[in-house]
Design a binder for this molecule. Structure first.
Ligand SMILES: N[C@@H](CCC(=O)N[C@@H](CS)C(=O)NCC(=O)O)C(=O)O
Length: 206
């Protein structure tokens, strides 16, 4: 059975859990990282020398890097549905997955860390503001993109919706002022209404 090593408060673990839930596959998730620790042991580092979560074990196959894991699970267990055959459709999914991991989540990291994981008296307001501004710009790009699409890459739900959905869950639940983004908010409501997204989209930020 699939084992997912990683605490659920990690946005990168959330992607993997949501993906496995969408596929409907059984798995065991083990709390590793953050307050649970366990990611600096020789045993864990042998699986993932970065000491980060998530890592998966699937019938003896070990893999880390959350977006690679999501692609692997979708390709292995949901080929033709969650993971399309068409190379250009896959490239479009890949593009948005890259955008999430290299742009959107890094942009909101400062605001998230300050507002959710730092006590009020220790917060850096300038860091929150620069993170907010970068995230707003990218949210505007996503909002405009979603104006003519039901899902991120068109009419079908794909792994792009999962990983960008995890990032959007953070952005739209941060305790700060945001510009109105009707298309992004409509799409996020769709994500939240998916029964198999609940472990992510119904979880408070922590
Ligand atoms: N690029 C990696 C990043 C993994 C990462 O940064 N994980 C964070 C949590 S989101 C982590 O392990 N932090 C240390 C900890 O949880 O103890 C991925 O996408 O899997």
């Amino acid at each position: 059975m699939l084992r997912i090593l990683g605490r659920l408060s990690s946005v990168n673990v959330q992607k993997v859990v949501w993906c496995a839930d969408e596929i409907g596959m059984p798995y065991e998730r083990v709390d590793v990282g953050g307050k649970f620790g366990g990611n600096d042991t020789p045993e864990y580092l042998a699986k993932n020398p970065n000491g980060l979560v998530p890592t998966i074990e699937d019938d003896g196959f070990v893999l880390y890097e959350s977006n690679a894991i999501v692609r692997y699970l979708a390709a292995r267990h949901a080929a033709g549905t969650l993971w399309p055959e068409d190379v250009r459709r896959r490239a479009d999914i890949d593009r948005w997955m890259e955008w999430q991991s290299t742009a959107y989540t890094p942009a909101m990291w400062g605001a998230f860390w300050q507002l959710v994981r730092t006590p009020p008296e220790k917060r850096d307001a300038a860091l929150v503001e620069s993170s907010r501004a970068k995230s707003e710009k990218l949210s505007g790009i996503l909002d405009a993109h979603l104006a003519s699409r039901r899902f991120i890459t068109g009419e079908e739900f794909t792994p792009a919706d999962i990983v960008v959905g995890c990032a959007a869950h953070r952005w739209l639940n941060l305790p700060l002022g945001r510009e109105s983004r009707p298309n992004l908010e409509r799409w996020y409501a769709q994500m939240k209404a998916r029964p198999r997204s609940r472990q992510v989209t119904h979880q408070p930020l922590s």
